[in-house]
Write a protein that binds this ligand. Structure first.
Ligand code: PLP
Length: 283
């Protein structure tokens, strides 16, 4: 197991993800989140994307060797309290990530199963889904899909998950793939009305394996913010969970705190560039 060194008092998070040149998602969002939450962020890049507020213009994958070497450099010297994965692109990368983390006994792993950018561009190769399910989810402390990603992982038609009850069923099915917790994000649903105000909530569902001790599902609610500017919210949420775990919080506490953090970030989001954002809400 990785030991925290006495000379190394800061909680450390390693993020394994793609670069978003526009600075809103990917590695850039992860590092900004770590910095904001007072955690030391480290990176292993899997791909470089050329993108901006208009969309993804190009993806340049890194070699498996480049990913593995970055992981070894960081983990064998500095170590990490929590590892977070984002865009992994292909099964060869997923396999080397899973093997390297297992060999080093990484105790806490947050898996954001990044599949699509908000403009709809695929950030993965189709063959990667099987490896994500068989290699990475079984060693994950928590996996944080949105609804389209949950449907892909469960091989369900895209519109199968329509209500919070459907989300609870889907989250429980995802648990069978082996993670300790599943946080299924409801941002893509229209939202349920909260009480007499008639305003709607963005509801995420947290479920845990029997070993986690969380027997009932938890609903994490926040007021729904109507905006088109949600690029990077998935990355930010997963990194915030990783940061709070590194600070010693439990998974349910880290998920609740991360949800509040990303809701505040969406409320303060400032548009950049000529793009108009997307209608999908991803928090
Ligand atoms: N990772 C990278 C490198 C990306 O470019 C994107 C989106 O464009 C994502 C992850 C996913 O972003 P989001 O947090 O908006 O789901």
């Amino acid at each position: 197991r990785q030991q925290r060194l006495r000379s190394d008092p800061h909680p450390r998070v390693l993020t394994i993800a793609g670069s978003d040149s526009g600075g809103g998602a990917g590695i850039q969002a992860d590092l900004k989140t770590c910095q904001e939450l007072g955690v030391f962020g480290m990176t292993a890049l899997t791909a470089v994307t050329a993108q901006n507020s208009l969309g993804v213009q190009a993806i340049f994958p890194l070699s498996v060797e480049a990913v593995e070497t970055q992981l070894i450099s960081v983990l064998d010297d500095m170590g990490a309290d929590v590892v977070k994965t984002g865009m992994l692109l292909e099964s060869a990368i997923i396999r080397i990530v899973a093997k390297t983390l297992e060999d080093r006994g990484i105790a806490q792993l947050v898996v954001d199963p990044v599949l699509y950018a908000k403009d709809g561009s695929a950030l993965f190769r189709r063959e990667a889904i099987e490896s994500l399910k068989s290699e990475l989810l079984p060693i994950a402390s928590i996996v944080t899909p949105n609804i389209p990603e949950a449907c892909e992982l469960l091989e369900l038609p895209a519109d199968t998950i329509r209500t919070t009850a459907d989300m609870i069923d889907a989250a429980r099915s995802l648990l069978l793939l082996g993670p300790q917790y599943v946080l299924l994000k409801g941002g893509h649903l229209p939202g349920e009305s909260s009480g007499s105000s008639g305003s709607s909530d963005a509801i995420d569902v947290l479920v845990g394996s029997p070993a986690s001790g969380l027997h009932e599902h938890l609903l994490l609610r926040s007021p729904r913010i109507i905006t088109r500017h949600t690029h990077g919210t998935g990355c930010t949420l997963a990194s915030a969970i990783a940061a709070f775990l590194a600070q010693g919080h439990t998974v349910p506490a880290a998920a609740g705190k991360a949800k509040r953090f990303v809701t505040a970030a969406i409320a303060e989001a400032v548009p950049h560039g000529r793009g108009i954002g997307s209608l999908w809400h991803a928090a």
